[in-house]
Write a protein that binds this ligand. Structure first.
Ligand code: TXA
Ligand code: MG
Length: 365
């Protein structure tokens, strides 16, 4: 199959392209499209056969449910059996935006996409191209991130093409995604509402609005099975093994230097994914092509926006071992650290401490 990539700077200027995308989707085909979080791989969410093509294109395990993307509130009522008060509050405060609500589903939602669950994830994206495309299709659009299963989520059309070339007919290129990490997932069928995946709508924002939320225990390192089925798989993984270095910025440079020396003595070619500051401090030890600068230390929006592309770009280097710099776990930092922990397979070191805090979680796929 030929994969066409079409630039769409805004929906008004690209009506024909949006109409074509809607047409492909209505006829059961797949279209990759931009959202404010990451690129999605869309299919008609009410058509089980179309959704099966998503699993095939991504190599996604069939027990991992898909979330449905809607253009407006009326579409939510066609797929959700009920919208509890906490979900109403979330809709009013954050939708459209980078959040997915887990709600009880109506029977119209195919079993194929829910992995047998009684619930469905619903997201109303803010991105104008995504919204126009969903309207053109006229149905809820099932869309996981547009990567091969287990690989980092794409935040540019070029990265979508890299994973999906030859597998899908059309990619809408809307430029780089604004947030860069996938939506916050919040389970509204539980009391208190529970965060299943951290994202740009932060735990603090949710606590302020709802007056109390729970974090899925699986997110805080407990040895429990995560409630979002997809969170149990090893994810976002670069090809070379990655170690996460956590801790305060002041000790970061020294910790990196120490680890780089150890790895280089073992004959490894070391690549790093780190702040501007750490990259600059290691210029004498690591050649430029092996230093991936994810943004200024502490600038969480910039880091979130760049993290996946930086991870992906390390796969194009000769690095055989990778080190990544951690951030705070406050605010957007919780989402960044969740992705870095998963990319490292929960292999992390604390700067200041020499012991290897390897967390043996049994969640590799
Ligand atoms: O930002 C996003 O959410 C992006 C863009 C494209 O919208 N989509 C995305 O989809 O990240 P995906 O499939 O890569 O991740 C959705 C996660 C998976 O971990 C899945 O297991 C979980 O949501 N999920 C889906 N339905 C669920 C349900 N009913 N209950 C619990 N978790 C669910
Ligand atoms: Mg994904």
């Amino acid at each position: 199959m030929q994969t066409e990539l079409i630039q769409v700077s805004n929906p008004a200027a690209a009506q024909a392209t949006i109409a074509r995308a809607g047409d492909i989707l209505r006829r059961g085909g797949l279209v990759a499209f931009p959202t404010e979080t990451v690129y999605g791989l869309g299919a008609n969410g009410l058509d089980a056969a179309a959704c099966a093509r998503i699993y095939e294109a991504k190599g996604r395990p069939s027990d991992n449910p898909l979330i449905l993307h809607v253009a407006d509130r009326a579409m939510i009522d066609t797929i959700a059996a009920d919208v509890p008060p906490c979900a109403e509050k979330l809709l009013a405060a954050f939708c459209p935006g980078p959040i997915t609500l887990i709600l009880r589903r109506k029977a119209i939602v195919p079993d194929r996409i829910t992995g047998g669950l009684a619930t469905v994830g619903i997201r109303m994206p803010e991105n104008a191209i995504a919204r126009a495309m969903i309207r053109a299709a006229g149905v809820p659009i099932a869309a996981p991130s547009a990567n091969i299963s287990g690989r980092p989520s794409p935040t540019t059309a070029a990265s979508v093409l890299r994973d999906m070339q030859g597998r899908i007919p059309l990619i809408l290129d809307g430029g780089p995604c604004r947030y860069g990490v996938e939506s916050t997932i919040i389970d509204c069928t539980e009391t208190p509402a529970t965060i299943l995946r951290p994202g740009a709508i932060t735990r603090e924002m949710l606590e302020e609005l709802l007056g109390g939320v729970r974090l899925d225990p699986a997110l805080v390192g407990a040895h429990t099975v995560p409630k979002a089925p997809g969170m149990k798989y090893r994810h976002y993984a670069p090809k070379a093994p990655l170690t996460l270095i956590e801790g305060a910025g002041a000790h970061m440079d020294a910790a990196f230097r120490r680890q780089v020396h150890i790895l280089q003595q073992q004959g490894e070619t070391v690549g790093i994914l780190a702040s501007h500051e750490t990259c600059a401090a290691l210029a004498d030890l690591i050649p430029e092509n092996l230093r991936k600068d994810y943004g200024p230390r502490g600038d969480l929006p910039a880091i979130a926006a760049r993290i996946y592309e930086a991870l992906i770009s390390l796969d194009d280097t000769p690095a055989t071992a990778l080190l990544a710099e951690g951030t705070t776990e406050r605010g957007l930092g919780l989402a960044i650290m969740n992705r870095l922990h998963k990319a490292s397979g929960f292999h992390s070191l604390h700067c200041g401490k020499s012991a290897d805090k390897r967390c043996l979680r049994s969640d590799s796929d």
